[in-house]
Design a protein around this ligand. Structure first.
Ligand code: IVH
Length: 690
């Protein structure tokens, strides 16, 4: 390989690897397998070894394991960030109290406060301005996450003038409110579903609890992303070389008066019994808080007494945490049922005698998969322990063996689909069982129709899941193509059920809703081809893949008749997806559905937008678009592609044209100049097209 070729390949690999890293670490999605990633990385390493002067300082080969967090600056803490000793019982606390009395006598007080379940943060303020926010790290040094922390609304960037020291440090906990967590995780689930991921993959990618989500968020490199996932913070400890108070309780009040968010839930406790009282109160009250706590922190109030007590190697002797036991309920397993998802994935569910746990009634618990049932060695009518843990869906953590009847039978996993009786399959290395009967299994069929009408697909939002279910159950639709044969009369006469298994109600549609549904169905005929393709629900064909297929084949006819190799040869379309697409069209039932969609006038080919001309004027030349133009960058890119240009995302010696707009980065411009790349303006590009 000569040097010119090396430049081009290195650029190409760098762009690709950076993209994969970004998707993996920031968007939590893998575009390629680890093995494929390593192959590309090795190739880049080899080239950089051969042409060392071409190796960029920020090359993906230089990031340890590609971990984005490694890119945060590491900062040494002025005062080490210690952890606390844990206690779990009243006896432990009384022992702690006795140790303290032995050391400093009887005259002291405690402050009891909540132990927030988040991530510790240390904020440094200089002359009232937030200078630095550093994570705990290993306690000695942590990551500088200032840009991310600045997105947290309750953390002041600049304090109003006040009586604070020129420099001080304040520590606290960053966390995510429970409601924010639920909302964002739901959103993430929907996005993953639309991308075609199956249940197991989704479960892996969803955040397990608010703490986990907060920590994933704080580690993001792009603070714009962080701002989209609102975090919050409580501050609970002040460090300053010049003392501002002689005790912790006053410090909390003072910190609050400077503009910091200090929790209202703390209390001065003269005796350990008062601490125990506080702990008991909050054991009940915690479910009413909008955020998670996992215990109570107890600190000796007076600073001189804290100093006298000192530290052990890892923890202060003047403070301790009391951890609440994870709430646990005991109940009876009534039966195990099995749910079938859109993709055919089977999820076993434990149906329980209703029991109150952490403020809600629990009737069901997820059993995840066959391995979990085996791990628990679950038997029929077992007395089980249920916990909520950090997760929202309760889970069974154990079985009370003493209460198991001698003749109780072991719960055996089903072999056939509970809905259609097809023999289930379990692929090697897969934890889940699947029902392979995708064209004959009710919940899978209904799920496909629901996916079809979804917002990012055909966007028939006037039609809900319950109406779809009703239409399906009454035999009025068997697949999504039948939606186009519905009429007013059928819809007005439809009776369907709403609500869950425990409380079902009968409903019918009003004239206005019927009209909305019919209008929505009609409007969907204008939805572009690429979205029709996505809506069809071919496994693993998410939005991006659908767009690629549409662009490559231009119309349904060509895609339908494409051979496997042709589909597989499209850039970034792997074997698995290509196989799914190919086999989808070999199935005559699918072909009949597509034919019906065609007959009803859905978009079956890419439609050129008005005013955009297709030509080969740019004849395979490469273009990079940078800066601000009179049209959006996306439009500009589209015009280039439609006229035969190729888009690249980095400046290299091989780049033919850099289209430079306003406010483009000076470094890029310089690099292009140095490499002798032709730099053109928006109007020069337009001239090339005329
Ligand atoms: S005081 C030396 N107060 O718990 C005193 N910590 O296991 C250090 N935490 O790393 C901490 N709420 O992340 C303190 N009200 C609170 C707290 C709290 C949560 C966390 C903190 C710390 C860990 C100790």
């Amino acid at each position: 390989m000569n040097e010119l070729e090396a430049v081009s390949r290195i650029t190409e690999l760098t762009v690709q690897l950076n993209k994969y890293n970004y998707h993996y670490y920031v968007l939590s999605e893998s575009l390629i397998s680890d093995q494929q990633f390593d192959l590309l990385l090795k190739e880049l390493e080899r080239l950089e070894h051969e042409f060392p002067h071409l190796a960029a300082i920020d090359s993906p080969t230089k990031k340890v394991g590609g971990e984005v967090t490694k890119e945060f600056k590491s900062v040494k803490h002025k005062y080490p960030m210690l952890s606390l000793g844990n206690t779990y019982s009243e006896e432990d606390l009384i022992e702690f109290d006795n140790r303290i009395k032995k050391s400093i006598g009887e005259h002291f007080q405690y402050v009891a406060e909540l132990k927030f379940d988040g991530l510790a943060i240390s904020l440094t303020y200089v002359k009232g301005k937030l200078e630095r926010a550093v994570t705990r790290g290993d306690g000695v040094q942590g990551d500088d996450v200032t840009a991310n922390v600045k997105t947290i609304k309750s953390i002041p960037h600049q304090l109003s003038p006040g009586n604070y020291p020129d420099e001080f440090e304040i520590r606290g906990e960053i966390f995510m409110h429970k409601r924010t967590f639920e909302k964002l995780n739901d959103k993430l689930r929907k996005e993953l579903e639309l991308k075609g991921l199956d249940e197991e993959e989704i479960a892996e990618k969803l955040y397990k609890n608010p703490r986990n989500f907060a920590s994933g968020t704080l580690k993001q490199q792009d603070s714009k992303e962080v701002a989209k996932r609102p975090l919050d913070a409580f501050l609970y400890f002040l460090y300053s070389d010049i003392p501002v108070a002689d005790n912790h309780h006053d410090s909390l009040k003072i910190a609050s008066s400077w503009g910091f968010q200090v929790s209202d839930h703390y209390r001065l406790c003269p005796k350990i019994d008062d601490v125990i009282q506080f702990i008991k109160e909050y054991e009940l009250e915690r479910k009413n808080l909008g955020y998670e706590i996992d215990g109570v922190v107890i600190k000796v109030n007076n600073y001189l007494q804290q100093e006298e007590l000192g530290f052990t190697a890892k923890t202060p002797r003047w403070a301790i945490s009391f951890k609440y036991k994870t709430e646990r309920a005991v109940t009876l397993l009534q039966k195990v049922t099995y749910q079938v998802g859109r993709t055919g994935a089977i999820t076993p569910v434990a149906n329980l005698t209703p029991v109150l746990l952490a403020g809600t009634t629990v009737k069901r618990a997820s059993l995840y998969n066959a391995d979990e049932i085996e791990r628990l060695d679950l038997h029929e009518h077992d007395v089980v322990f249920v916990e909520k843990g950090g997760e929202i869906i309760p889970k069974i953590v154990g079985v009370d063996l003493l209460q198991r009847k001698a003749d109780a039978a072991r719960v055996t996993y089903i072999t056939h689909c509970p809905e259609c009786d097809t023999l289930l399959q379990r692929k090697e290395g897969d934890a889940l069982h699947y029902c392979p009967n995708e064209n004959g299994c009710k919940p899978q069929l209904k799920g496909k129709i629901e996916h079809f009408i979804g917002r990012k697909a055909m966007n028939i939002d006037s039609l809900g899941a319950e109406t779809v279910s009703g239409l399906f159950d009454k035999g009025l639709i068997a697949n999504y193509s039948d939606l186009y044969e519905l009429n007013k009369e059928v819809l007005l006469n439809l009776e369907f059920e709403v609500g869950d298994d425990d409380e079902k109600k009968k409903r019918s549609l009003k004239e206005k809703s019927v009209q909305n549904i019919l209008d929505g169905i009609e409007a969907s005929k204008k939805v572009p081809f690429e979205r029709v393709l996505f809506a069809m629900g071919i496994r693993l064909v998410g939005e991006t893949v659908a767009r690629k297929l549409a662009q490559h084949f231009q119309n349904m006819e060509a895609l339908q008749h494409a051979d496997l190799a042709t589909i597989n040869n499209i850039h970034e379309i792997g074997e698995k997806i290509a196989g799914n697409v190919y086999h989808f069209f070999r199935d005559e039932r699918n072909r009949a559905i597509v034919d019906k969609l065609k007959r009803h006038g859905l978009q079956m080919s890419i439609v050129e937008e008005e005013g955009v001309v297709r030509s080969s004027k740019l004849g395979g030349k490469s273009f990079l678009v940078s800066g601000v133009f009179t049209i959006s960058r996306d439009e500009m890119k589209k015009i280039i592609e439609l006229n035969g240009g190729r888009l690249v995302s980095a400046v290299s010696g091989k780049l033919d044209y850099l289209v430079a707009g306003d406010k483009m980065g000076p470094e890029k411009l310089k690099k292009a100049n140095d490499l002798g790349v032709r730099i053109i303006s928006e109007s020069e590009l337009k001239e090339m097209l005329n």
